[in-house]
Design a protein around this ligand. Structure first.
Ligand code: FMN
Length: 321
């Protein structure tokens, strides 16, 4: 499992990559995931229109750090003119890879004709990727689902068009848009995509440990795996998947997460992000319910630090995975 994957000229340190996660794959989390051995970590999806209209929130989502060996941003949009303009914005210039989102199932995105709505318009997917390829030297990749609905499964067609347009890798979430995030992951359809294209395909959906990763590799032949939810609260999953041991304390994870985020993001926003992250870091830990209630009530980083001192036996405990 240690053959390396390359996306165009960008060589990944591992086949296991962090799937983009809105609200979670912030700069602090990505640095942690890289430190535990993720091969690639992408920003959450950012709106091409938001970038063009200089949205401050959109810009914050594109903060990156020198500790990220590869910088990847994910954009979404449905209008070629906006994509072309967005690619010229200075906020996107430092990225090695630009990933295009053709998978988001959320109603407000889909009703704008963006995200997974584009799966219903294969030629538009082609035009959007072609526009990216023609307007930047960065490597362009795409993230798709197997189709929009059970009666419209077209991942192979979409993947071939995306490859033809010049994309250098594709991540396939093995579900339709209608399934959102539950229901069976169609490994056979991912395999069909792997067989149809000559660029690396990352399998995605429900990989949470070595067994599920092996099943994904064996049944699909994918070049790598994108891990989403199983990494939330557990960036060390990348050590495990890479067959390595990792040691950590929650306080060390949380402090380094906060300090990296704070270099780029206003404190108030950091506190809000960290509430969700800490709830996830505490998953499966005794007293987590009691601590989570307290975490949701705090409003400053100082209070957060004090809370960790109050529960030293949990936050300072040594874990080994
Ligand atoms: C909270 C959350 C946020 C997500 N945000 C994004 C996103 O910004 N871009 C994207 O392409 N996919 C996004 N996804 C989808 C994941 O990248 C991934 O495809 C999906 O969760 C299935 O993989 P998993 O079973 O490993 O979680 C998100 C999923 C979740 C649960």
């Amino acid at each position: 499992m240690d053959t390396k994957v390359a996306i165009g000229k960008v060589k990944l340190g591992s086949k296991f990559i962090l799937a983009p996660l809105a609200g979670f794959s912030d700069v602090g989390f990505r640095v942690l995931a890289y430190q535990f051995g993720a091969g690639l970590c992408c920003t959450e999806m950012v709106s091409a229109k938001g970038l063009v209209y200089n949205s401050e929130n959109t810009k914050l989502l594109l903060s990156t750090d020198k500790l990220e060996p590869i910088k990847a941003a994910q954009i979404f949009g449905s209008e070629v003119e906006f994509i072309e303009k967005a690619l010229k914005k200075k906020e996107l210039q430092g990225f090695d890879i630009i990933d295009f989102n053709f998978g988001c199932p959320m109603k407000k995105i889909v009703s704008n004709g963006e995200g997974s709505a584009i799966l219903k318009k294969p030629n538009l997917a082609y035009d959007l990727i072609k526009c990216c390829v023609d307007n930047t030297n960065q490597e362009i990749t795409a993230k798709i689902r197997i189709g929009y609905s059970a009666d419209n499964i077209n991942a192979v067609k979409i993947a071939k068009l995306i490859e033809k347009a010049g994309a250098k890798a594709i991540t396939v979430h093995g579900r339709t848009r209608d399934l959102f995030y539950s229901g069976k992951v169609d490994l056979d359809m991912i395999r069909q995509v792997v067989e149809a294209v000559n660029i690396p395909v990352f399998g995605n959906g429900n990989v949470k440990d070595i067994d599920s990763a092996n099943e994904m590799f064996e049944k699909t032949g994918c070049a790598g795996i994108a891990v989403g939810r199983a990494a939330i609260g557990a960036p060390y999953i990348f050590s495990t998947l890479n067959g390595k041991k990792a040691k950590y304390t929650l306080v060390s994870l949380i402090k380094s997460h906060i300090s990296k985020m704070s270099e780029y993001i206003p404190t108030k926003v950091v506190v809000n992000y960290m509430k969700k992250h800490i709830a996830a870091y505490l998953m499966g830990i005794p007293k987590s319910k009691e601590i989570k209630t307290k975490i949701y009530a705090i409003s400053s980083l100082n209070d957060l630090m004090k809370l960790m001192d109050t529960y030293q036996e949990i936050f300072y405990k040594n874990f080994e995975v």
